[in-house]
Design a protein around this ligand. Structure first.
Ligand code: ATP
Length: 298
């Protein structure tokens, strides 16, 4: 129980089935105070199920879920959280300003309206009916509603899906500010650059199991491969057959070679192509780590 009290949220050996589908196969997951934890995994990995257990929306078949050391179904625990889920149903006819007032009324110490608007950027939407908003505007409104209380823990399930670049950056800035105030954030995303930009810690889930956990740089370090980029006249199929080359992608005259032995590949490129240009070697990103770790797990 010690861990569960120190962590703001905790799953211990959590198992969840839907009929014959094993969605979570014994997951241990702690969320620390004030951290941004990114849950990554392919479609159907179990990310939403994990969040739903932590929020008390679902019960584990076995194992335990704790929120602030309490049963997540208790209102007193849930009141300390803010939530933005993928499928949110809201009263369509209410205007955005009215929804904010309604959500603020759920909390004993709500955030000020001015602060909610500054963080979420919905100032221009207050008089608009929710049902008439675009997908991206609805997403921004859902974020505004998630931060109506001064939550100690925010659950954001794919918060920036469908947002344009400016709206995404506004949300990233808001998330960082909330974390500076001491809020912890659990984020699921399919945008690896989002996890790379925000997360203190990454947990990768595949088929209901945690397959890797650590900082973004820990994840990168688990991947030995490098990318060799260049402009070359050599045939990609020929390079794909070289030892230690994992893949070759060609975009116009540019080549992107993934390899475990960058030095050997660079040497051979220089030997075989006198016209080689714009050579660079870059380390693996989170996207490479993700592909490799989930492939290992499969
Ligand atoms: P995504 O990235 O697609 O949102 P996810 O990682 O959030 O996926 P979950 O939604 O947790 O995955 O689903 C885990 C597994 O449980 C999937 O195989 C899914 O089909 C199944 N599942 C989820 N909800 C239900 C449900 N209500 N009834 C039956 N099966 C479900």
């Amino acid at each position: 129980m010690g861990d569960a009290v120190e962590n703001v949220a905790q799953l211990s050996a959590a198992v969840k089935r839907y009929g014959s589908t094993l969605a979570l196969a014994g997951v241990d997951l702690g969320v620390r105070r004030g951290e941004i934890l990114a849950l990554l995994g392919p479609n159907g990995a179990g990310k939403t199920t994990a969040i739903s257990l932590l929020l008390g929306l679902l019960r584990a078949d076995s194992g335990e879920a704790c929120l602030f050391g309490m049963d997540p179904a208790l209102r007193v625990a849930r009141q300390r959280t803010g939530v933005m889920l993928q499928n949110t149903s809201l009263p369509d006819t209410l205007r955005v300003g009215e929804l904010i007032d309604l959500f603020r009324s759920y909390y004993a110490r709500p955030r000020t309206v001015a602060d909610i608007i500054a963080l979420s950027g919905v100032g221009d939407l207050l008089d608009r009916r929710y049902a008439q908003l675009s997908g991206g505007q609805q997403r921004r409104t859902q974020f505004a509603l998630a931060i109506c209380g001064c939550a100690e823990l925010l659950f954001l399930d794919e918060p920036t899906t469908g947002l344009d670049i400016e709206a995404r950056e506004t949300m990233w800035r808001a998330i960082r500010r909330l974390v500076d105030e001491g809020c912890a954030v659990v984020l699921t995303t399919h945008y690896l650059e989002e996890a790379e930009a925000l997360a203190d810690r990454v947990v990768m889930i595949a088929k209901g199991r945690i397959v890797a956990a650590g900082s973004v740089s820990d994840m990168r370090a688990r991947v030995a491969s490098r990318r060799v980029r260049c402009v070359s006249t050599l045939a990609p199929d020929a390079i794909a057959g070289w030892p230690d080359v994992r893949s070759v992608a060609r975009d116009g005259e540019r080549m992107d070679i993934v390899t475990d032995k960058a030095e050997a590949v660079v040497l051979r490129l220089l030997q075989e192509d006198a016209a080689l240009k714009e050579l660079e070697v870059v380390r693996a990103g989170l996207a490479d780590a993700f592909v490799e770790i989930t492939r290992e797990a499969a």
